[in-house]
Design a protein around this ligand. Structure first.
Ligand SMILES: Nc1nc2c(c(=O)[nH]1)N[C@H]1C(S)=C(S)[C@@H](COP(=O)(O)OP(=O)(O)OC[C@H]3O[C@@H](n4cnc5c(=O)[nH]c(N)nc54)[C@H](O)[C@@H]3O)O[C@H]1N2
Ligand SMILES: Nc1nc2c(c(=O)[nH]1)N[C@H]1C(S)=C(S)[C@@H](COP(=O)(O)OP(=O)(O)OC[C@H]3O[C@@H](n4cnc5c(=O)[nH]c(N)nc54)[C@H](O)[C@@H]3O)O[C@H]1N2
Ligand SMILES: [Mo]
Length: 757
């Protein structure tokens, strides 16, 4: 494993030769690397397969290599030649494997056989698919459906997600938490309430029309690198790009396009952000308050000359709540704004001036806004800011939440949600002849609470690594093993499979990069990207093992073993021909998915539409809402001596809980993930030395001891009062109660901690 540990400032740009080296080292570590290169050429192209990494758009005018360093790594990771076989499980007890690092578990390669936990042997042993389905079905039949959780991680296709949600409701619950609950749930909740749709309002073409772009807390270079191409185009057109982020992320500073030979040979860099502001974590409400304050003042000044800076017509016709909001902005002093944001008035005015001059502005954001106790207010402030100048529902402008998992947005669109009011239950009732449960189900935090209290008896995971991804890890791991049943559908072994319930099954599935042959021939699946655009995905690589099944076949197998037969619910036919599932999706969601089968391979995908983009507001009031924030700080706790705001970070060498390696190249952190990033003055104030090993403890004030470490103190350019360290290693520090007030998204970007030397 990683031996050399060093921290050096990365002098290169994002992209460039570094990204190619990242891909080639991933290729070289694979025996059949060359076959995998052939697959990469089909990635994100019409009639190819859609990347399993992030949800960024797949344009119609694609590049020769329409993949990035991290998309390539994700593909190669799935197409690995390593195998995690029954022989492996025979050699290692579950207790032993529980002590392995995430990295080492995933290095064992692809799961090959369905496995059952054998308690006396403390081992996973092989079982047949029929045995597994029958046993799980018998368990589920004996349990109260309301005590069972059906989790999904955002990779599953629209088809498998739709069937999974249908299974849950036929069985009798809405307990459908998904990874979105830890991610952009803040977006879904806030945008639904404020503008009537739970998703962003931009489409790909807007990127070419915008004349200013604002970035809040989204790390493009690592997490959605293909977005760097349109950003590079925008930068070259002279479009100002303004970034608010506590960390100076390389991808938002400079980029060398690895697809461009001249740039690669000359090393010609494009500067991405024209203005970069290192806002304090949790300081965005204040920063945006500053921008709004500038805009209102500029409007007052313009009025004197008979002009306006505000889009008064938009505000009048399309919104409510403006007067109260404007009064709050005027009453908020610059001194308060500077203190809460950590930014200077002059800087905020300079950014405000860019905003006020531009006529088409896109607001991009990621986890830096959503994962806070007042994440809702963060998103609401961005809505406020954009609405001041009518930047929603206009070409070249709008809200662009950059989604995480490749189909996380789509899962919500086809019914994976604990909120029954978001699902057309009457249509389900008519289509499948049953009475769907109407009671609200559990989201991720509520599922965790239920597992802790013993109310939840069984957990089915359609992908993901739940136990690693959630807060409060220690208490959760203990409670987890008290469950009666845990079932994990997965491609690779991870820690969540090893903290099993009394009865436990590991069901290995084929991945999206692999060929899926059923009764009617090769099958395609569909997904939705961040811009509400739907893409078909067709893979042809041979599956990792002949004993794998598709997620759809697994969901159907579980459902058939659990539910009474229903002539309208045709599991076998659906498994035989996925186009029949798409017909059902089109019936349940006709506006979005009519003619899904005919449209799914349209080059660049098809757009499923968005009412807010048309300025039709599906809100309670029929208008879009301004929100008057009750606080300027999103952290949800007060500053105190010795208390820091911890940002939990993703490196450039991981996909969530999957650790590809130990090189966070773009931040210059190499060889280790056990680092504590803090600025040099802060290191000195804390009486620490560079390189010293320390631990972090929770400062949530609830009396619970939570600890993580040891971590090496590492100087890094961060604002005062905050620390950076990696997710998922830091998850034991996050209290389960530390989440966004509205959506319950865990507040992983400002965790209150103390340092213990
Ligand atoms: N390679 C790779 N790609 C991925 C993933 C991955 O792990 N690896 N994960 C996928 C998933 S599921 C998701 S959700 C996305 C996540 O992608 P992002 O939304 O980019 O999420 P993070 O990397 O967690 O953090 C984003 C940024 O927020 C900044 N930040 C932290 N606190 C604040 C704050 O208070 N204010 C502001 N303005 N900024 C702040 C951090 O410095 C960081 O640059 O990426 C997806 N794509
Ligand atoms: N502290 C902190 N915590 C966080 C975050 C943070 O920024 N900070 N981020 C949060 C976010 S944004 C998210 S999305 C969650 C992520 O939470 P999850 O989605 O639960 O976690 P992943 O690591 O994406 O899941 C990886 C596993 O999925 C399985 N898998 C991969 N591909 C497939 C497939 O095609 N099918 C199936 N069935 N299984 C597959 C593999 O077994 C792999 O080990 O974590 C959240 N937790
Ligand atoms: Mo995510």
């Amino acid at each position: 494993m990683a031996s050399e540990k060093r921290i050096v400032e990365y002098k290169g740009a994002s992209g460039g030769w570094g990204s190619l080296r990242g891909i080639s080292s991933a290729l070289l570590s694979e025996r059949d690397g060359l076959a995998a290169i052939g697959e990469l050429m089909r990635q994100n192209k019409p009639r190819g397969f859609m990347c399993v990494s992030c949800a960024w758009a797949k344009p119609a005018d694609y590049h020769a290599f329409e993949f990035c360093e991290n998309g390539a790594k994700a593909t190669l990771w799935e197409l690995t030649s390593r195998r995690c076989t029954p022989e492996f499980f025979a050699q290692h007890s579950v207790t032993e494997l529980r002590g392995w690092a995430d990295y080492d578990l995933e290095q064992t390669g692809r799961l090959t056989h369905p496995m059952r936990y054998d308690a006396p042997k403390d081992r996973y042993v092989p079982c047949s698919w029929d045995e597994a389905f029958a046993a799980i079905g018998a368990e589920l039949k004996s349990l109260d459906p309301k005590s069972v959780i059906f989790y999904s991680s955002g990779r599953a296709s629209l088809e498998s997600s739709y069937l999974y949600a249908l299974f849950a409701r036929l069985y009798g619950h809405n307990n459908l938490p998904d990874s979105s609950n830890m991610c952009h749930e803040t977006t879904s909740a806030a945008l639904k309430k404020l503008i009537g749709v739970g998703v962003g309002t931009c489409i790909y073409e807007d990127l070419a029309d915008a004349d200013a772009m604002f970035f809040f807390g989204q790390n493009t270079g690592s997490n959605s690198p293909r977005l760097l191409h349109p950003l590079q185009d925008a930068a070259r057109r002279g479009v100002p790009i303004i970034t608010f982020n506590p960390i100076r992320e390389k991808g938002l500073e400079v980029f060398v396009n690895p697809q461009n030979p001249t740039e690669m040979l000359t090393g010609k860099e494009t500067r991405i952000s024209t203005q970069y502001y290192q806002v304090k974590p949790g300081g965005d409400i204040a920063a945006m308050m500053g921008l709004c304050k500038y805009v209102l003042a500029a409007d007052e000044a313009a009025k004197a000359e008979g002009k306006r800076v505000l889009d008064a017509d938009f505000i009048e016709r399309h919104t409510h709540g403006f007067d109260e909001f404007a009064a709050k902005v005027r009453a908020t002093e610059w001194a308060e704004i500077e203190a809460a944001s950590g930014l200077r008035r002059s800087d905020l005015e300079a950014a405000g001036a860019v905003y006020a001059r531009a006529s088409r502005v896109i607001g991009f954001y990621g986890m830096g806004l959503t994962q806070h106790v007042h994440g809702f207010e963060n998103v609401a402030m961005l809505v406020n800011l954009l609405m001041l100048r009518g930047n929603i529902g206009r070409d070249g402008a709008g809200l662009a939440p950059v989604r995480g998992h490749s189909n996380v947005q789509g899962q919500r669109t086809v019914g994976i949600t604990e909120k029954p009011q978001l699902v057309p239950l009457d249509k389900y009732a008519a289509q499948f002849g049953f009475e769907p449960p109407r009671e609200k189900g559990m989201n991720t935090v509520e599922a965790c609470e239920g597992i802790l209290s013993g109310k939840v008896k069984a957990f089915i995971g359609l992908g993901g690594n739940f136990v690693r991804a959630i807060p409060e890890r220690e208490a959760m791991e203990k409670a987890w093993t008290r469950m009666r049943l845990t079932v994990q559908v997965a491609t690779k072994l991870n820690h969540s499979h090893l903290v099993n319930g009394e009865a436990a099954y590991l069901l290995p599935c084929i991945g999206r990069t692999e060929e899926d042959i059923q009764a009617s021939g090769p099958q395609a699946v569909t997904m939705e990207d961040s811009f509400s655009t739907i893409h078909g995905s067709l893979a042809r690589h041979k599956p990792a093992s002949p004993d794998l099944r598709s997620e759809i076949a697994i969901v159907a197998g579980l459902a058939k073993a659990t539910l009474a037969p229903n002539p309208k619910v045709k599991w076998d036919e659906w498994v035989g021909d996925y186009s029949l599932i798409r017909d059902e999706i089109a019936k349940t969601y006709p506006d979005e998915f009519h003619d899904l089968n005919a449209r799914m391979f349209a080059p660049g995908g098809f757009y499923r539409g968005n009412k807010a983009r048309e300025r039709i507001w599906k809100t309670e009031s029929g208008k879009a809402a301004f929100t008057t924030p009750a606080t300027l700080s999103a952290t949800g706790f007060d500053d105190a001596p010795g208390r820091y705001r911890l940002i939990t970070l993703r490196s450039n060498d991981q996909f969530n809980t999957t650790i590809y390696g130990f090189s966070d190249r773009l931040r210059g952190v190499e060889g280790t993930r056990q680092v504590l990033l803090m600025n040099p003055a802060e290191i000195e104030r804390a009486g620490l030395k560079e390189g010293q090993m320390v631990s972090l403890v929770s400062d949530a004030g609830d009396g619970v001891h939570r600890q993580a470490g040891p971590l090496k103190v590492t100087p890094f350019k961060l604002p005062d009062g905050c620390l950076g360290a990696y997710y998922p290693e830091m998850n034991p520090l996050v209290a389960l109660s530390h989440h966004d007030r509205e959506s319950k998204t865990p507040a992983a970007k400002s965790v209150p901690v103390r340092i213990v030397a």
